[in-house]
Structures are given as structure tokens and as C-alpha cells.
Unconditional design. Structure first.
Length: 67
């Protein structure tokens, strides 16, 4: 049964100036309604929208200057 108390919760780690790290596998619904999925055990989701592989992080956030 989905969402039962026995289900392990999905863990999401928030990193300052970095991606969201999500324990996978994951399915992401984009703004246009399409879905993309990854079966990796840990997935980095882009939060800065600089990634060429959006919604997956490609570390493009490292290129900008830090203040």
C-alpha cells in the first residue's frame, strides 16, 4: 500500500548554493507536464537553472562568482 507507515520516506538534502540531492530512483514532472526519470541511487536536481541537462545538475552553479 503506498504511503503506509512502513514505507521509507524519500530523503532530500538541501545544499546552500548547490543542487537538491534526492535519494533515488526519482521521477520529476516538469513545468510543461512531461516527466523525466532516473534510476540512480542519488540524484542531483538543479536549483539555479544553469544546467544544460536541466532538471539534472551538471555543476554549472560552480561557474558563477560567489559573493
Amino acid at each position: 500500500m503506498p504511503n503506509s507507515p512502513a514505507d521509507k520516506p524519500c530523503r532530500i538534502s538541501v545544499r546552500r548554493r548547490g543542487p537538491l540531492l534526492v535519494e533515488g530512483p526519482v521521477e520529476v514532472e516538469l513545468e510543461d507536464g512531461t516527466t523525466v526519470s532516473s534510476d540512480r541511487f542519488l540524484v542531483a536536481l538543479c536549483t539555479c537553472r544553469r544546467s544544460r541537462r536541466y532538471p539534472w545538475c551538471d555543476t554549472s552553479h560552480r561557474d558563477r562568482e560567489r559573493s
